[in-house]
Design a protein around this ligand. Sequence first.
Ligand code: FES
Length: 191
Amino acid sequence: MTEIPIAADNTEPFVISDTVRKEIERWLAKYPPEQRRSAVVSALLLVQEQNDGWLSNAAMDAVADYLDIPKIAVYEVVTFYDMYDLKPRGKYKINVCTNVSCMLRGSSEILDFLKKRLDIEVGETTSDGKFTLRESECLAACGGAPMCQINDQHFYENLTPKKIQTIIDQLDQQNSQQESSAAVQFEQEVS
Ligand code: FES
């Protein structure tokens, strides 16, 4: 029996944005009209992105309603794949592959480095909310082992501790730039 996922927040209402609706429609157009559930994987990813990287129960239910499919069909997908998060995560989610090829080529060294650098364990998020560290099964990039994926999108391959250090530093820098430009914009809006 499929276990119904318990998301961290079961009460906040969720409204799918117009932009995300348009994107979901683009996916729906690829399938026969009676096969709306075929777009569920993409729709969930889009809604997850809209919801700052995680799926509340309300967000999952909104996807089910939009696609006009049973809620359980959405929950089954969410619990099958590990790219969905049921609770808030850091701005940057780092999935380090620890499957055979990556393990043989040093993924534990990468993982140990990240745990130390970020001062968290696997499954945890840094106290500033920037980074979440995860282990993952094979991400089909074995030729570039050891590798990691960031925010379920970008692959970083042939990792070494030095290379992952550079990546983390760049993300840190990117985050600081985004925060300072958001602060400038806010100041301009209120002045
Ligand atoms: S084993 Fe790591 S990508 Fe395949």
